[in-house]
Write a protein that binds this ligand. Structure first.
Ligand SMILES: C=CC1=C(C)c2cc3[nH]c(cc4nc(cc5[nH]c(cc1n2)c(C)c5CCC(=O)O)C(CCC(=O)O)=C4C)c(C)c3C=C
Ligand SMILES: [Fe+2]
Ligand SMILES: [Fe+2]
Length: 350
């Protein structure tokens, strides 16, 4: 056998196949290509048709989705995306930030491993698709792939469906790369420290320290927790570790869940209600909000937290609202993600 794993007596006309590289494929959720009705509809249709996200039987859900939800939501969500759109690049912030994170991680990892490693990103929904990126990496000679869903917490609706799509892509490869999946990192000490430092940095210039830090996570139906999804517990643990790292007590920090969708009960308390309740309480007119479940700022943070949830707080009598940005492509975050990748490459690259 040659080092490519091909028989040395392969016929002379056997096509040359590139091999021997290791690919690191970062994955995030995905985002619409534009804010117009059809771009929004295409994106929401793919997203909301995923049974990992909405698990109702297709015969019940699809008529409701196609006839009612997709005739209205592309307009309201399109307007929300418009308010945060990166006009210069004509793309959503999630796309810009994910690309910047990838470039910085590629720099780090090339410095560490040289040309044997290839770093890129894909999205679960929309573009660039997971299939197209797996294909590109295999074609470029990646015989090993490390797939990294950029969600600190595991949820069926995020990590699992990203993995499903990665496995579907592998199914189409003749020479399937040996593959590993990065596990959730919600309790990684370096991640917790990076989060804590982002709180300290946000608090430092404030003339008055916020009375409480609201730690807002993306929500999901309560039923998913009952069915065994560990997301809720992982979120609670992140808040506890953050509190311990900051040396705070329970009065200074609270956990909430945002983005309720549809008529079912979602994880509680709801951020939008909780900030209004705090605003009505004595001594809670000055709050800060952080969203650790998002590795990059997106519609859910820039529009929902920093516009809708801020308005709910202010309308209820709140005075100071500080939104603490996601870790994005900050140096400490890139170092954290790079060291998670390095740990996962052990035994493949030294
Ligand atoms: C309807 C069910 C949804 C579940 C369950 C859900 C879980 C979930 N989502 C994220 C991260 C992101 N979600 C984003 C947008 C978004 N999420 C839903 C619905 C569910 N998410 C919708 C309909 C949308 C689209 C926006 C809208 O129309 O309101 C995004 C942002 C994408 C962007 O382009 O900016 C992220 C990121 C997590 C972590 C999560 C975990 C339970
Ligand atoms: Fe979501
Ligand atoms: Fe939302």
């Amino acid at each position: 056998m040659s080092d490519a794993g091909l028989p040395e007596h392969a016929p002379g006309d056997h096509p040359a196949i590139k091999h021997g590289k290791t690919g690191v494929l970062l994955a995030n959720l995905g985002t619409p290509d534009g804010t117009d009705y059809w771009s929004m509809r295409r994106y929401l249709n793919e997203f909301l048709s995923d049974q990992r996200v909405i698990d109702y039987p297709r015969w019940k859900w699809q008529p409701l989705l196609q006839l009612i939800i997709l005739s209205k939501r592309p307009f309201s969500s399109g307007a929300a995306y418009k308010s945060i759109w990166n006009e210069e690049k004509n793309e959503s912030p999630l796309m810009t930030i994910t690309r910047d994170q990838t470039a910085k991680m590629a720099d780090n990892l090339h410095q560490r491993y040289g040309d044997q490693v290839m770093v890129d990103f894909c999205m679960r929904y929309g573009n660039p698709s997971t299939k197209s990126k797996v294909r590109q990496m295999v074609e470029a000679g990646c015989t090993r792939l490390l797939f990294f869903p950029l969600y600190p917490h595991y949820a069926g609706a995020t990590s699992a469906t990203a993995n499903d799509q990665f496995f579907r892509a592998l199914m189409e490869e003749t020479w399937q790369p040996t593959s590993r999946i990065v596990e959730p990192y919600f309790d990684d000490p370096q991640y917790i420290d990076t989060l804590a430092r982002s709180v300290e940095d946000a608090y430092a210039p404030l003339t008055q320290r916020p009375n409480i830090l609201v730690v807002s996570y993306h929500g999901m139906p309560q039923r998913y927790l009952s069915q065994g999804d560990p997301y809720h517990c992982q979120c609670q643990k992140t808040t506890r570790l953050l509190k311990e790292r900051l040396g705070w007590d329970d009065t200074q920090i609270t956990t909430t869940f945002q983005s309720v969708f549809g008529p079912e009960e979602w994880l509680k308390p709801y951020t939008v209600e909780e900030v209004a309740r705090l605003a009505r309480e004595d001594g809670k007119k000055n709050i800060a909000v952080i969203a650790p479940a998002f590795s990059a700022d997106c519609i859910e943070t820039l529009e929902e937290i920093n516009e809708e949830i801020r308005e709910s707080f202010e309308a209820a009598g709140g005075r100071d609202f500080t939104y603490i940005p996601c870790l994005n492509d900050g140096e400490a975050h890139i170092a954290t993600l790079s060291s998670i990748v390095e740990r996962n490459l052990q035994g493949w690259l030294e």
